[in-house]
Design a protein around this ligand. Sequence first.
Ligand code: HEM
Length: 417
Amino acid sequence: MDARPGSNEDLDEILSPEAVRDPYTYLGRLREQHPVHWNARYRSWVITSHADVSAAMSDARFSSDRIAPVIERERAKAEPKHDLIETLELLNGWLVFRDQPEHTRFRRLVHKAFSPRILSAMRPEVERIADELLQEAGAKARSEGTIDLIEEVAYPLPAIVIASMLGVPPEDRVLFKNWSDDISALIFGALEDPGRHARAQSGMSELVAYIKAHLARVRDEPGDDLASSLVQSRSGEDALTEPELVAICVNLLFGGHETTTNLIGNSILALIQHPEQAAMLREDPGLIDQAVEELLRYDGPAKAVVRIAGEDIEIGGQRIKQGDRVFLMLSSANHDPRVFEDPEKLDFNRGRSPHIAFGIGIHYCLGAILARLEATTVIPRILTRFPDIALADEELEWNEVILTRGLKRLPVRLHSD
Ligand code: HEM
């Protein structure tokens, strides 16, 4: 163990079964006792107060560029895995891993393409996709009783929406699901499993080839979609390069998928567990925007973001050394009693909320408007179409990861008869 000032081994179990099931009690203890904590087990700092997390996210001394060092380490090995390096190089091009000043230029061009026109044009499409999925889920629940709401609705909705937004023809969307499952195994799974590694690698190559061909198609015949808009985006003489276009398309396909799935899953669970808030929302549908903000605060999908200290930095009396990894715990910041009265209570009448579920500063989530559109569309539809929705199993399994908060499955019954 690597003890330092700020260490306390009792508080290191960030992924204990209790902390995975209920991160808020564990994070609350950390925030009270060691708000800037050196976790010797994960060799990282864990920062938990709203003030410190917000300040660090707006501080350019904390870098988001954490893939380049992994590439360097892999290259330095006696037998480097070249296909792994290739994939990591693609990840390295993601907006979320870039620092200023590169990030500013890249984001400006991407932001122009994410125009309000493209987003508002998506509303009827999101409604149509949600209705279709809910109709299928309802029919399946009629014949089978229990269904997994993640598998039937929360997982496919954001995947179909982003593929449709990028202009991918409906018949090709199933390819995206397969590639995305394969590549997730590489990003989040066990690299040492050679079968999985090879599958992920070929998934990534096929996805990149597909995206390149799609970009070439929309260059020749631009449409109203986001891929056409990205290809055409200009800032003066500047435009996105081919590798940047490929990287941002993959980033959009992945960046927005798991998070939105988890927002829908966590929100429906919270509504089932708080029937009085669900009833309030059914009675007053105008509350939906406020309700989604509170659901993002109460059990948001991004538990933490990662930074690397670019130099020695002092926070809360602790000295973070250059090169140290830092977890900025958004979930803890969103339950900080110095900012939110009665933070463990789900309350749709909370009013304006300074939650940071979408981050803060230069990396503020680019897909926040889209994620809100999806959540405000599908949540009220689930509540009104299935007023008797109930948990089919009280034993819930959560993903055991530090960065995100989401259920493996959400088994529900949709009909009372
Ligand atoms: C509820 C759903 C979502 C949540 C909670 C969420 C959360 C976040 C957070 C916390 C960040 C900041 C990361 C950091 O500072 O290191 C971020 C960045 C980002 N998000 Fe989201 N996100 C969601 C949905 C989406 C969607 C739907 C998309 C796109 C279709 C998207 C695309 C991005 C991108 C491209 C960035 C990087 C922005 C940059 O670095 O400038 N996100 N997101």
